[in-house]
Design a protein around this ligand. Structure first.
Ligand code: HEC
Length: 156
């Protein structure tokens, strides 16, 4: 019944287009899931030592500059990347920049991702948006990595 009404409302062409658009975004999300798994994003962005929620970050990574806690990349607005646009996300993976434009620490291996084409990065972004948002705030890395910041300031 709903179908018949829809056919009347949209015409067959409209229906076909809608179906095609849904297929496209579904396959984009599937592709994003595949790429995210292949790139091993989740292993860093999960607090594996404490049974953390996947994608909610919190894993501590030792670096020569101190400990970095991986950020939450679920779509939570306050503590995750819920407010990030596709462009923000692209810039993070392509240029290694945070949303505010500052550069991330090399513990985030973005240089591995810079050759990833835009459509792949967009697909990962779309996939991440299908994951339920998790509120998880982690220690700001500023407190942990003061020495590096000081050095950057000195050299600047
Ligand atoms: C080797 C561990 C590692 C892997 C693998 C990794 N990340 Fe990260 N990621 C990090 C760390 C550490 C940071 C924080 C860097 C900083 O703030 O200086 C980060 C930051 C980010 C940020 C910025 C978040 C924010 O709030 O600023 C995004 C987005 C992100 N990663 C997405 C991804 C995606 C997508 C993948 C897979 C394609 C991925 N990461 C793979 C460790 C990793």
């Amino acid at each position: 019944m709903i179908c018949a009404r829809a056919i009347v409302a949209l015409g067959l062409g409209g229906i076909m287009q809608t179906a095609a658009a849904q297929d496209l975004s579904w396959s984009e999300i599937e592709r994003g899931r595949y790429l995210a798994i292949a790139s091993n994003c989740v292993s860093c962005h999960t607090d594996l030592d404490h049974d953390g929620t996947p994608w909610a970050g919190g894993r501590e990574m030792e670096t020569p500059f101190g400990v970095i806690v991986t950020p939450n990349i679920t779509s939570d607005d306050a503590t995750g990347i819920g407010r990030w646009t596709r462009d923000d996300f692209w810039r993070a993976l392509h240029e290694g920049r945070r949303r505010d434009g500052s550069y991330m620490y090399p513990a985030f291996p973005y240089t591995h991702f810079t050759r990833m084409p835009r459509q792949d990065v967009d697909a990962i972004y779309e996939y991440l948006r299908t994951i339920p948002p998790v509120e998880a705030h982690h220690v700001p890395e500023e407190e942990l990595l003061l020495p590096l910041r000081e050095r950057t300031t000195i050299s600047a």
